[in-house]
Design a protein around this ligand. Structure first.
Ligand SMILES: [Fe+2]
Ligand SMILES: [Fe+2]
Length: 284
């Protein structure tokens, strides 16, 4: 990857290569601690909740982008769509493995996934493809800004189990690599500003409600839902020093600008850093 700082967002987007990578994670699920994120119950159950929502969510993103492929004329974007589909399919698969670990721990991960599957089938039935793509573009922005926090803010992964840290960093790298694909497909196939930002507004409410609900179920299972210690961990994660909200809100708000493009925030150096560390994977 050649990083030239004076490039515009569209120039960066047009040069991004999006490879499918088959990672070789080896989780020793029996020896993993229940609270694998620095022993912090809130952070761990929050990320467990995210993981449960990924497999079906990623399938929906693939469908929404694929449903617009026939309208895309740009060869480079067509190549990027292929890479996007490969990456999201592999993410879904790896997180499904992770979710089996959650089932083993007694969390109702499979039930959450089954609910998500029914919801996504219903959305596909009642929503026009354009609406699903506007939602996908919004969620992709959400995942991209959270990925930026994972890659850029050491505190967000400090104390994580090493194998899980590798999984989350790889996912964050690929979310960054393909952060503009759904957006570019939406723009290039005639998607408008108002639908884009209304979708983001709705997605924000739904995403927060959904993650919190699943996390609350997990905390309830552990008998920790009303633990003051866990609530304090939550306040620190969301609002403390180096917190999630402090780190992402500016990037979040940016999406509402009419001229927004995901590569206005050029964070390619985070990808390069990860690649330079030498990763073990097969390109597919
Ligand atoms: Fe993904
Ligand atoms: Fe994605």
């Amino acid at each position: 990857m050649t990083i030239t700082k004076k490039q515009t967002a569209l120039e960066i987007s047009a040069q991004m290569d999006i490879p499918g990578r088959k990672m070789e994670f080896e989780f020793d699920l029996d020896s993993l601690p229940r609270y694998w994120h620095s022993g912090d119950i809130f952070k761990t159950t929050y990320m467990n909740a995210l993981s449960c929502l990924f497999p079906e969510g990623e399938r929906m993103f693939i469908d929404a982008v694929r449903d617009h492929k026939h309208l895309v004329k740009d060869e480079k974007l067509l190549q990027q769509i292929k890479g996007f589909i490969k990456q999201e399919a592999i993410h879904g698969h790896e997180h499904a493995q992770f979710n089996k670990y959650l089932d083993k721990q007694g969390y109702p991960a499979s039930k959450v996934e089954a609910f998500e599957k029914r919801e996504k089938a219903w959305m596909k039935k009642i929503m026009p493809a354009r609406t699903r793509l506007a939602i996908t573009s919004a969620v992709e922005h959400f995942t991209a800004i959270m990925a930026d926090d994972i890659l850029n803010n050491p505190a967000s992964t400090e104390g994580m189990d090493e194998e899980f840290k590798a999984l989350w960093k790889w996912h964050a790298v690929e979310e960054t690599e393909h952060k503009a694909v759904a957006f570019d497909v939406y723009q290039q196939t005639g998607g408008g500003y108002f639908q884009r930002v209304i979708a983001m507004f709705m997605v924000t409410i739904m995403f927060c409600m959904k993650v919190s609900t699943v996390q609350a179920i997990f905390l309830w299972k552990d008998g920790k839902l009303f633990s003051p210690k866990v609530w304090w961990q939550g306040i620190k994660m969301y609002f403390g020093k180096n917190s999630l909200i402090k780190n992402i809100w500016r990037n979040y708000i940016d999406y509402y600008r009419p001229s927004f493009h995901p590569w206005d925030h050029d964070n390619r150096e985070l990808l390069q850093e990860w690649i330079d560390k030498g990763q073990s994977y097969k390109t597919v």
